[in-house]
Design a protein around this ligand. Sequence first.
Ligand SMILES: C[S@@+](CC[C@H](N)C(=O)[O-])C[C@H]1O[C@@H](n2cnc3c(N)ncnc32)[C@H](O)[C@@H]1O
Length: 234
Amino acid sequence: MALFEQPGRRSDEDYLASSDVATRALSVTVVENDFVEGVYDKLANVYDLAFGPALNPGRLRALKRMQLLPGQRILEVGVGTGINATLYPRDCSIVGIDLSPSMLEKARQRCKRRDASHVRLLSMDAAALTFPDRSFDVVYAPYLISVVPDPVKVALEMRRVCRRGGRIVILNHFRSRSPLLSRLERAISPLTKYIGFKADLDMPAFLAQAGLTPVSIEKVNVPRIWSLVTCINE
Ligand SMILES: C[S@@+](CC[C@H](N)C(=O)[O-])C[C@H]1O[C@@H](n2cnc3c(N)ncnc32)[C@H](O)[C@@H]1O
């Protein structure tokens, strides 16, 4: 698969490789774990309604990109209410981690209801994973990276716990390439943090600073303002 959906567009390569990607700030907005945990504890009861079906096309496409095989070990970082947990094949073993006790409780209830004994849920900070190096075949962050205080630190942890040749899959909203929309996203980002995410995360800077080289970047959901980034871990 070509990196972008319109392969060979010169501006795509320029977009990812602009000269200051290694140093520029990822967002105008700063958050701390305590703040994020508080937001998601409040959102837990309405999360599925607000962010369930609307964001599902991306979740389903991400599952395809994982190319899962029987027996594989998957880590979902920021498992939330467990929306994805019951989509994985039962012959894989899944670990889902999250910071918010209320979101995790919802995930526990969902897994119990659906008899998802192949899913293990743990309370953990994505920026300080307690797993040994190279413990997973696939490490997946659905709608997490623009939520955390330090996206690069989280991505480096994801790389550390993923085996060499394993897949790192990131589903997220990133700042638009359109100058007008991008200005708008920067302006509203200090406000969108109150509903759980930064609207202006810079994809090229994030990928460069995290040392991630995607094999594909696809636009997903409606409107198509979310990106599905698939990488092979080196
Ligand atoms: C937007 S929700 C995504 C939930 C789910 N993955 C989905 O597909 O809908 C983001 C989740 O990340 C969790 N989260 C935020 N910061 C985190 C961190 N530092 N470590 C682990 N989980 C975190 C939040 O508590 C929340 O449940």
